[in-house]
Design a protein around this ligand. Structure first.
Ligand code: CUA
Length: 188
């Protein structure tokens, strides 16, 4: 006596319904993410940056914001800090950046020659330095410490030796130093 229909298992049917529902939700989620990525990609390709700042790389050393005496960290009247840096084959000036903890920090950087890149290890800070343009980025550091800042864009034979250090010090210690010097760095 065969031909006995298998008895439906209500628990298995229930589990299958739930799996189908999840599969449908996952497909919808993927479609949504692809749509967002497509829109963002097309939007950024079609619309130029809101603010582009230019600077003449041939006269950086003669005057203006990136003259040597103005490089390094500056404490602004509103309590924030601006850090100005130049990249050139094959170093950053200053070669050691001093920044405080718990303070809004604005990096303003440019290149004196070719395209360089920089990242601060252990953070999401990652910039391209393009001659003729000012790269600007805002950041905040939670804890004191020391981090490496290598150039990550091939810029010539000395590329691998192009890096700087970033020293993050306590906010109060930074304020004490800023009371004595107009521009700060940790270059020995
Ligand atoms: Cu500068 Cu690589």
């Amino acid at each position: 006596m065969s031909d006995v229909a298998p008895t439906p298992d209500p628990a298995a049917e229930h589990a299958e319904r739930i799996e189908h529902r999840w599969a449908a939700i996952m497909v919808m989620l993927m479609v949504l993410l692809v749509a967002i990525a497509t829109f963002a990609g097309l939007f950024h390709a079609a619309v130029p940056q809101a603010r582009i700042e230019t600077v003449d790389p041939r006269t950086l050393h003669l005057g203006g914001e990136f003259i040597e005496s103005n490089l390094g960290s500056a404490l602004e009247p509103d309590g924030s800090v601006t850090v100005r840096v130049i990249g050139q084959q094959y170093s950053f000036t200053p070669s050691c950046l001093l920044v405080p903890t718990d303070t809004p920090v604005t990096f303003r950087m440019t290149s004196a020659d070719v395209v360089h890149g920089l990242l601060i290890a252990g953070t999401n800070i990652n910039l391209m330095l393009v001659p003729g343009y000012i790269s600007s980025l805002r950041a905040r550091f939670d804890a004191p410490g020391e981090r490496l800042m290598p150039c990550h864009e091939f810029c010539g034979f000395g590329h691998e030796g192009m890096w700087a250090r970033v020293k993050i010090v306590d906010k109060a210690a930074f304020a004490a130093l800023a009371a004595q010097h107009v521009r700060l760095s940790c270059v020995p």
